[in-house]
Design a protein around this ligand. Structure first.
Ligand code: FAD
Ligand code: DLZ
Ligand code: SF4
Length: 510
């Protein structure tokens, strides 16, 4: 019998038909999985995120064993477990006198580099758990002056046939975004994501995380995430049935008393491999075809997965490992402490950060237009913003988080992901939420005592970045509005912004 090979399965590779597993042989090879210090602490991940990953890994390992695999599993609290993935592979390699390693390409440049430097022979298989075939994005991007998600998305619709009627998009339009901007009102029939009571394996992990990661941010309990594919599939079925039909209408809405609205809360399950993205798109399309969900909802949902998720993955791969160091707007203010405590008088920030600390979740518009926009306007160092998002969300891995943060939200890539920064004053939040109605600040005041901080910061952002943004055609009208403003008024707005920034720098409560 030939020596076994090691099959590496990482914490976000919990898919039974992972390319590395497909390349292995149950009768010969050994699966290696490990809870290691380097992965658990390369940023201070939210406690719920670590618990979700460890519990999911343990249950996936048990499922592989039940399926006939031999699994060498390193537990975090076992002293013999190495500190890094490479260390663990080396330990197992020696113990089993193995003949090399088979791995599925990992998502993050950081770990790719660590495995390349690992002194073992590692055969790497592509990660084919995405809808885009290998090479498709690079080919599509080749020679284009600008990479815009909308055009990529249309190609993907054609390539997959999703929501296509022959060569035409269903309903004759590619994109129903303009219909998906309704402000929500709380209603008693609001759906909620499926909550899963922790089983014995999860309880054991929760105790471990409580002990070993006490200094990490976020609330550990109540813990309600699914920790296996079965639970994740049940959560997906509930979403399709209850929330998808209104997903489109209220996609951009925010409500103080409803943290999930009509969002799916499935990204954490997709990203570890419990749910297949194409399968979800097909399920959503079936809801439309069978008359249970309207086209604007289904197209909106499909666009997030088939469009945005695949697009950002392509961007991360194409832009390379230095992407997270980009800082086009040269922003360098440290991240304010209230991102870790939610102790702020701004009702929108308090809600978005508070929910994030409790749930390791906030929905897209909270991430983009509240915490993201505030950091952008206040000139926070984008790398610090990036690390916060990577730590604090249960669905965060650099390949998906960085293009959203460095690119879409902070414009630190100078326009690779988006054609203009998502800068907005308080009026946007007022339109899309009920936050301003109970805020200590006045959203209608543009400057001075009690003015919503987003308002002066918005103009200050545009004014101080004029050299880099002034010739952006999508901002031309806004700059014209600024220039038309009375000079005294402009002075007052800028002075007011300075006061807010000074308060941030002095760590005063705002
Ligand atoms: P829904 O609103 O129900 O959307 C459906 C699905 O579409 C999601 O489950 C997700 O898989 C996909 N999706 C939607 N928007 C995006 C997007 N912009 N990029 C990639 N996939 C998308 N998503 C992550 O998975 N991990 C992250 O670390 C992450 N960081 C983000 C940081 C910022 C600043 C912003 C603006 C967005 C970020 N996103 C991230 C994208 C998006 O906010 C989340 O995918 C979404 O909020 C997850 O919640 P949901 O499952 O309820 O999504
Ligand atoms: C995020 C994460 C955490 C917290 N812990 C582990 C771990 O202990 N073992 C592991 O194999 N994977 C973990 N992960 C996921 C990895 O960080 C992820 O696979 C890489 O970032 C590559 O995308
Ligand atoms: Fe946020 Fe300004 Fe509205 Fe307060 S007034 S909730 S700070 S947008």
């Amino acid at each position: 019998m030939s020596a076994p090979r090691l099959i590496l399965v990482l914490g976000d590779q919990l898919t039974p038909d992972l390319s590395a597993l497909r390349a292995g042989d149950r009768a010969r090879d050994i699966v290696v999985m490990a809870e290691v210090r380097d992965e658990a602490t390369y940023v201070r991940h939210h406690k719920k995120k670590i618990a979700f990953i460890f519990a999911s890994m343990r249950k996936f390992a048990a499922a592989l064993e039940a399926d006939g695999w031999r699994v060498a599993y390193g537990r975090y609290d076992d002293e013999a477990t190495a500190r890094s993935i490479c260390g663990e592979l080396m330990r197992r390699h020696q113990a089993f006198d193995a003949d090399g390693v088979i791995a599925t390409e990992c998502g993050e440049w950081r770990l790719r580099a660590a495995l390349e430097a690992c002194p073992l022979t590692i055969e790497t298989k592509p990660d084919d758990r995405f809808i885009t075939p290998p090479g498709f994005f690079r080919q599509w991007a080749e020679g284009r002056k600008a990479l815009r998600m909308e055009y990529f998305y249309r190609e993907m619709r054609k390539a997959t046939g999703l929501l296509m009627d022959g060569d035409e998009p269903a309903g004759k339009r590619w994109n129903y975004d303009s219909e998906n901007r309704k402000a929500a009102e709380r209603d008693l029939l609001m759906p909620a994501p499926m909550r899963h009571a922790p089983d014995a394996v999860t309880e054991e992990v929760l105790d471990l995380v409580e002990r070993a990661f006490a200094d990490h941010p976020g609330a550990l309990r109540p813990f309600w995430f699914a920790t296996d594919a079965r639970g994740a599939k049940r959560a997906a079925a509930k979403f399709m049935r209850e929330a998808l039909p209104r997903f489109g209408d209220y996609q951009d809405a925010m409500l103080t008393d409803d943290r999930f609205l009509y969002h799916s809360v499935l990204s954490l399950y997709i990203n570890v491999g419990f749910l297949d993205p194409l399968d979800l798109c097909r399920q959503a399309e079936a809801e439309y075809r069978e008359g249970r969900a309207p086209l604007n909802a289904v197209e909106g949902y499909v666009r997030q997965i088939l469009g945005w998720r695949e697009f950002v993955r392509g961007i991360y791969d194409r832009e390379g490992p230095d992407y997270t160091a980009r800082n086009h707007l040269k922003a360098k203010r440290p991240l304010p402490d209230f991102y870790w405590t939610a102790e702020t008088d701004m009702a929108c920030m308090k809600a978005a950060i508070g929910e994030t600390l409790e749930e390791a979740y906030a929905h897209h518009i909270q991430r983009l237009m509240v915490t993201g926009t505030f950091a952008l306007l206040a000139g926070i160092d984008p790398h610090a913003v990036h690390e916060w998002y990577l730590e604090i969300y249960a669905d965060a891995y650099e390949w998906v988080e960085a293009p959203n943060v460095i690119g879409m939200s902070q414009f630190a890539d100078g326009g690779v992901v988006g054609s203009k920064p998502y800068a907005a004053s308080g009026a946007y939040i007022d339109r899309m939420s009920d936050y301003c109605g109970h805020c200590a600040y006045d959203v209608k005041r543009r400057h001075g005592e009690g003015a919503c901080p987003f308002n002066p910061l918005y103009w200050d952002f545009l004014d101080r970045n004029r050299k880099r943004l002034g010739d952006n055609p999508r901002l031309a009208q806004i700059y014209r509005n600024w220039d038309r403003m009375d000079a005294d008024r402009r002075g007052e707005v800028l002075a007011s912004a300075k006061d807010v920034l000074k308060a941030i720098d002095a760590k005063a409560r705002i």
